[in-house]
Design a protein around this ligand. Structure first.
Ligand SMILES: Nc1ncnc2c1ncn2[C@@H]1O[C@H](COP(=O)(O)OP(=O)(O)OP(=O)(O)O)[C@@H](O)[C@H]1O
Ligand SMILES: [Mg+2]
Length: 483
């Protein structure tokens, strides 16, 4: 043990004899001195009489006197108003005191009595900040960081909180009532659910509602759209990766959506786009309830419920081999199929009333001809398309309260005209194709316009379009727009 009694040797080697034991001790003390010199803290140690026994390099630099000249001198010779003698007397530490050093700057110090086995050995000054402005900067940075963390926490909880419940799913048809009933039953279980149905039928709405009606409703609801992320990134997005898993990996590693959803639900939208390798891994995770992060050595326990959705005919793609059959069987055990709007036309009026009411903040009416046109139409975009049609009609009627046939898009009116009394025999495939090509045309036009306005800058164009950069790249490839 190193004794700090007044008569004890000073830290350093000058008083040592050269016996082998003292050589070891001397090496040890040199090493200790070296270590204490590396500390950010300035350190001065005095014995019970206030005599300086040790000072590290930080304090030596501060007072500008070789430290060995100070050893054996009273602390007040260098720090005339030092409070260390008082701390020795009272044995009470002082934390975070400001100390003005000879008008050369304000230090922030701790003064600590050193007591061992109830015996006072001396006292230590730790200079924690050499300049009070360091502390102020740090406090400011901390404040900024805390504000950022608070803002991210709010954003994250908004993101992770599902918006819809079963009450938001409107409709009076038997088909919808049946789907809601099944979904409520599924909500009570812990098994994975696969929601299928054409685009715009409300798959996302149902996914939110199932989570909100489940035992996991207070846990997070984490969404991942498999079509919006490049294949190479999907695996790490879903399962995460360990620090240094691959070149370019973040030092801190990455938490996967599955881990983020602890105690809650992962909603995997457009699951048909999940690459085969990730499908195999997902199946393992569902079976084992453990996940292997990329590059990690040990698997991690996970606690999540999976809800997947797709507007593809997943059985056919499983038969073709681009979706794993084993995963398909696992997911389809609880399959919720949402019927297209053309098979539940009774819902149109209820939905229309709600959408128009939300839009105009007043109730509206619809003429029989207009309603008949809506009921005849094939609705390839389903409820999303109806919502857009109602939005447009609301713009057109402005101050009137009645939606008429003139307020509906031409393709809906033409559809009725061309189907005539034969409305039952329309070709829904053809209508879907026409709408799709119209959507594609509009999309192509908007992408080109955004790229031109942003002078070819993809990030700016993507943000203007409200889509991710990778999604813009995918679309540019699809429409053969050169970079
Ligand atoms: N029964 C419903 N009642 C009220 N709104 C609905 C209903 N079904 C769908 N919607 C609305 O229609 C729009 C499309 O729904 P949603 O996004 O859930 O469709 P989806 O099946 O996930 O489509 P996609 O396959 O294109 O992702 C949303 O604005 C949703 O709120
Ligand atoms: Mg969706």
């Amino acid at each position: 043990m190193i004794s700090f009694d007044a008569n004890a040797p000073k830290l350093g080697t000058q008083d040592m004899d050269q016996s082998p034991d003292s050589q070891v001790l001397s090496d040890l003390l040199n090493m200790l001195e070296l270590i204490l010199d590396q500390a950010y803290l300035g350190l001065v140690f005095v014995d019970t009489k206030g005599i300086i026994r040790f000072m590290n390099k930080q304090y030596e630099d501060l007072i500008g006197v070789p430290r060995k000249d100070t050893y054996g001198k009273h602390i007040t010779e260098y720090f005339p108003d030092s409070r260390l003698p008082l701390v020795i007397e009272t044995r009470k530490p002082e934390w975070g005191w400001k100390y003005d050093y000879k008008g050369r700057g304000t230090l922030v110090v701790n003064r600590i009595p050193i007591i061992k086995d109830n015996r006072l050995i001396g006292a230590l000054t730790q200079c924690i900040f050499r300049d009070i402005s360091e502390l102020k900067d740090m406090a400011k940075n901390l404040d900024i960081l805390q504000k950022r963390v608070r803002s991210y926490q709010t954003q994250l909880s908004d993101l992770l909180t599902p918006k819809y419940t079963f009450k938001d799913i409107l409709g009076v048809s038997d088909a919808l009532a049946h789907a809601k009933e099944m979904a409520q039953l599924y909500a009570g279980t812990e098994s994975a659910v696969l929601i299928t149905g054409e685009t715009g039928t409300g798959k996302e709405l149902f996914a939110h509602s199932i989570h909100n009606a489940s035992n996991r409703k207070d846990g997070p609801f984490v969404c991942l759209n498999c079509a919006s992320i490049p294949n190479e990134l999907l695996e790490s997005e879903l399962f995460g990766y360990a620090a240094g898993a691959f070149t370019g990996a973040r030092n801190s590693g990455k938490t996967g959506k599955i881990q983020m959803a602890r105690g809650g639900t992962v909603f995997l939208d457009e699951i048909g786009e999940l690459p085969l390798v990730a499908q195999a891994k997902l199946l393992r995770v569902l079976e084992d309830k453990r996940v292997d992060k990329l590059g990690a050595t040990t698997p991690e326990d996970v606690d999540f419920r999976l809800i997947a959705a797709t507007n593809q005919d997943i059985k056919s793609i499983a038969d073709e081999g681009s979706f794993r059959k084993d995963l398909y069987f696992r997911l389809s055990a609880l399959n919720l199929h949402l019927p297209p709007l053309r098979e539940r036309k009774e819902d149109i009026l209820v939905l229309l009333n709600d959408f128009a009411g939300n839009n105009l903040r007043r109730s509206v009416q619809i003429t029989d001809t207009a309603l008949a046109a809506l009921k005849t139409y094939s609705w390839p975009g389903n409820i999303r398309e109806l919502k857009n049609v109602v939005e447009l009609a609301c713009c057109l009627i402005r101050n009137h309260d009645v939606i008429d046939i003139d307020n509906l898009p031409a393709h809906i009116v033409e559809f009725r005209a061309s189907s005539g009394e034969q409305s039952q025999h329309f070709s829904s495939d053809e209508a879907r194709f026409n709408l799709k090509s119209k959507i594609n045309e509009d999309e192509l036009f908007l992408i080109k316009k955004a790229l031109a306005e942003c002078k070819g800058n993809k990030s700016a164009a993507a943000s203007k379009l409200g889509i991710s950069r990778s999604s813009l790249y995918n679309k540019m490839t699809r429409y053969s727009i050169s970079a």
